[in-house]
Design a protein around this ligand. Sequence first.
Ligand code: XMP
Length: 505
Amino acid sequence: TVLIVDFGGQYNQLIARRVREANVYCEIVPYKKAIAKIKEVNPEGIIFTGGPKSVNEEGAPTIDSEIFEMNIPILGICYGAQLTAKLLGGSVMKPEKREYGKTSINYQDSPLFKDINKSNICWMSHTDQIEKMPEGFNIVATTEDCPVAAMENKEKNLYAVQFHPEVEHTQEGYKIIRNFLFEICKLDGDFTADSFIEDKIKLIKEEIGDKKTLCALSGGVDSSVAAVLVHRAIGDNLTCIFVDHGLLRKNEGDDVERIFRDEFSMNLIRVNAQERFLSKLKGVTDPEKKRKIIGEEFIRVFEEESAKLGEVEYLVQGTIYPDVIESGTDEASVIKSHHNVGGLPEDMKLSLVEPLRELFKDEVRNVGLELGIPEYLIFRHPFPGPGLGIRVLGEVTEEKCDILRDADYIYREELEKAGLGRKIWQAFATLPDVMTVGVMGDERTYSYMVGLRAVTSTDGMTGEFYPIPYEVLDVISRRIVNEVKGVNRVVYDITGKPPATIEWE
Ligand code: XMP
């Protein structure tokens, strides 16, 4: 294990990603909890992150210097490098010129820089820099404006770099991190999807044994991978409940049933609750009301079904690592509580099983592929809990859902054909509650209009519209109008988030 001690830097998750890409397990830990965590897990290596403060500022994040006496290799990055210098008796100052962006750097001989191009480009982003090195350290890299761009104390296995090896623009950054992991910490790099699955299955078997376990399967990536993994461990003691609220995309319900029940032989209960949801939604046009109705009805259906199963002790959830990382600088260290299935009953007295808690999204995908889940499910775009209920704008009816399903299917199919599916974070069609006039075969039409949305994003919090080539849009538009009865116009949403949201409701 490598512990990444978080001093509030903006690239912390990126450092963790780089370490994981080298097949080394790592965790991010807030600086205040770092010493306790180190004593608990006994890591083979420690990385200090950057941070927004100056080490010379009153109350700046710091750490007990006993950490340098624990005989664990440490790599300090940016703020982490300056803190290392200061705590060990060196000093840090604010130079006249700050360095920002791509910078030429000269690396010297060091285990950290083994087999890399010594005259290269790195990514700098700092106002302070190391003025005086602590005793026992040597300079191992310099730039024009930063004499101590890297320093080492080989004997004590302490390394510090002013630049950001985790950022792509540091051309040799990936190798530098690997050198730290493999040359200095002597790690193996054996944290693979394969080994993860094997370990997890063992742990789940030990924990759950033959107790009854429940999973709310949505057909999304995280819950699907979690369910299949738990099923591998406990077989038929796992029951999956799949609530089909009638607001799913085309073929989605049948796909889920086929994959999980037929291919994976899992205990799957599909609840066909379309009519229930539609009758609750009748006449409702307010988006927030619709969300609320769908969420509450989901819980009710889930409760009814699970009650039929008798005593159940565990509930599987597809929580993933970005949902549980504690920020190093949040005083309260709030952990986001995140319910992937969109709110399960609060008062269900179940213990949670969250087998994917340690994984990033792309690692979840690798585990899913390794478990044999089909690619189209693994690389599926995010889909909101309320489903088409918030993509059919205004009142939701079965007719409108059917129209939208067909249009959305054609849209996504053409994006796949054009090779754009994985370049886009999320693409979907919406059906505004608007009829417009058209002309088809000399006849006047008065029909629905379909809106197309495609955005790039990393977490759904912000996003840009994706520029789909006009030729592709042209094919999509023609196919939708020709093949979907009730549609005579297609429009393309070119708004970012903010100011718009990704969904239209
Ligand atoms: P917005 O529309 O807020 O969406 O920009 C951001 C991301 O969240 C998804 N989304 C939801 N997911 N339940 C969910 O599980 C919801 O109620 C919900 N509303 C929006 C949306 O699809 C996008 O990926």
